[in-house]
Design a protein around this ligand. Sequence first.
Ligand code: IMP
Ligand code: MG
Length: 175
Amino acid sequence: MVSQQQLKILISRDEIAKAVSRLAREIERDYRDKQPLLIGVLKGSFMFMADLIRELDLPLDLDFIRLSSYDTARESSGEVEVIHETKTPVKDRDVLVVEDIVDTGITISFLLDYLESKQPASLKVCTLTDKPSRRRVPVPIDYRGFTLPNKFIVGYGLDCGQRFRNLPDIYTLED
Ligand code: IMP
Ligand code: MG
């Protein structure tokens, strides 16, 4: 059982809120006169998505996709599958993928190939956090909230073995 002592605050809810509104301004500027389809990657992105769309002064559509990556362990298996499809057609839409974290890049790289095959008008990535030192596959990131050191983080939607998603701030989980 992981105890609370191992959690150290890394990004406060205020810092998150500031980053979310900065990202929203960047997205509004780029999607003016468009109606993007935001696709959140479950489960980690749900809280970020909820805050981001409330900051966005744009007409938009929303959907979620669920991929198998590492739900219980900390390491990516390298194999990704779609577990729960998006129902909104992607063809000819301006698609913006909303992620909680880009780590090795394996998940988002798979997702971008998958969505690209459905012929969107455009395809971009918005991630709240990025751990570039862990990258194994190069991925284009269009909107980035925070660049992080190589530490495992939880809170604000992010979990460790399904725990800690409900925390309103982001913490490092120390072993
Ligand atoms: P990637 O395929 O290695 O880029 O991993 C992406 C997924 O792994 C994310 O969407 C998260 O669900 C999970 N993940 C990676 N790093 C962390 C972390 O530090 N905390 C919690 N989940 C993580
Ligand atoms: Mg995720």
